[in-house]
Design a protein around this ligand. Structure first.
Ligand code: AMP
Length: 321
């Protein structure tokens, strides 16, 4: 199976080749033809399956064939639960759309709204957004939904977990009825199915990973330890094990800060990432982790899913409290 056999156009095949992708992943080989065909899609796929390219590539192909967005209008809306995921998805739009003349933008909360309004003024073909900020922009007439052709809900389960259901319902109420809908979720719980019912019509159902499983490359183990000694044990594990990089989850924001400070004191370069940090600090911490300058990233669950970070040697799930 090749990307060309899925019906993708030259500019997209070129972008895919530049990313050194040889063969489509299973979600891509199923989703790409379905999306190109104009079908609604409901896909159970986790991060790491290549789902982003699975919807972005065919979307771009369809958008390239139509008229560009009018001022303040958007043609595709991709909703994501977190700012980080929104930024990551928009990066993919830019990468895969490199040889097409489509415009894209990303909007999320925690940063100034004015530059986002300016970007929307000309109109964008693909808008990636988190729900709250999108509603703010809509309320201020900075974005109009009448021309939306495609809606993508990425990580729908996570959006529900984060309490976005009301925002999502509000947004759905503002969208034109005639549109293509794509819904991606790691799991399909009863709540997700309920949401899907009012959203996707006669969808192509795609499932590429069994429910609630962890990728095979992950080993789990538990260290029973007294709460007071958790940080010391962790420092010992990092040093003895020569861990190159690790992503550590902390239950609380305060706990994440505290642990990052303790690691720094032990001479281990660490940064904390959570909802109380400014967007600038979050972006810097993640960029530092990705380029290797930050050895340990301590995160609350904002970073727990959906982020695609290349080889992390250890993901230390929070030790029990
Ligand atoms: P995603 O599940 O969309 O977050 O993608 C996970 C990772 O897989 C990203 O780093 C992509 O660049 C990469 N990827 C996507 N499609 C392919 C492919 N067909 N071959 C190799 N890598 C891919």
């Amino acid at each position: 199976m090749s990307f060309a056999s899925l019906g993708l156009s030259e500019p997209l095949l070129k972008a895919v080749a530049e990313q050194n992708y040889d063969t489509p992943t299973p979600i891509q080989s199923q989703a790409i033809p379905a999306v190109l065909d104009g079908k609604d899609v409901m896909a159970a796929a986790q991060t790491g399956t290549g789902k982003t390219a699975g919807f972005v590539l065919p979307l771009l192909q369809k958008l390239a064939a139509g008229d560009r967005a009018k001022p303040n209008h958007i043609r595709t809306l991709i909703l994501t639960p977190t700012r980080e995921l929104a930024a990551q998805v928009e990066e993919s739009v830019v990468i895969y759309g490199k040889h097409l003349s489509l415009s894209s933008a990303v909007v999320f909360g925690g940063v100034k709204i004015n530059p986002q309004m300016m970007k929307l003024r000309k109109g964008v073909d693909v808008l990636v957004a988190t729900p709250g900020r999108l509603l703010d922009l809509f309320g201020q007439n900075a974005v109009k939904f009448d021309d939306i052709e495609v809606l993508v809900l990425d990580e729908a389960d996570r959006m529900l977990d984060m309490g976005f259901i009301h925002d999502i319902k509000k947004i759905l109420g503002y969208l034109p009825k005639q549109r293509q809908n794509l819904m991606f979720s790691a799991t399909f719980s009863a709540d997700i199915r309920k949401l899907a019912k009012g959203l996707v019509h006669d969808p192509e159902e795609i499932s590429v990973s069994p429910r609630n499983t962890t990728v095979e490359t992950v080993d789990h183990w538990i260290h029973p330890v007294d709460k007071k000694q958790k940080a010391q044990l962790l420092i010992h594990l990092i040093e003895e094990g020569g861990w190159h990089q690790a992503l550590i989850f902390s239950k609380t924001k305060h706990g994440a800060n505290k642990l990052a400070t303790q690691l720094e004191k032990a001479g281990i370069h660490a940064a904390a990432i959570h909802g109380n940090k400014s967007q600038g600090a979050r972006t810097r911490a993640l960029a530092g982790f990705k380029d290797g300058s930050v050895r340990i990233l301590v995160a609350t669950d904002i970073a727990a899913r959906g982020l695609d970070i290349d080889p992390v040697s250890y993901t230390h799930l929070r030790a029990h409290e």
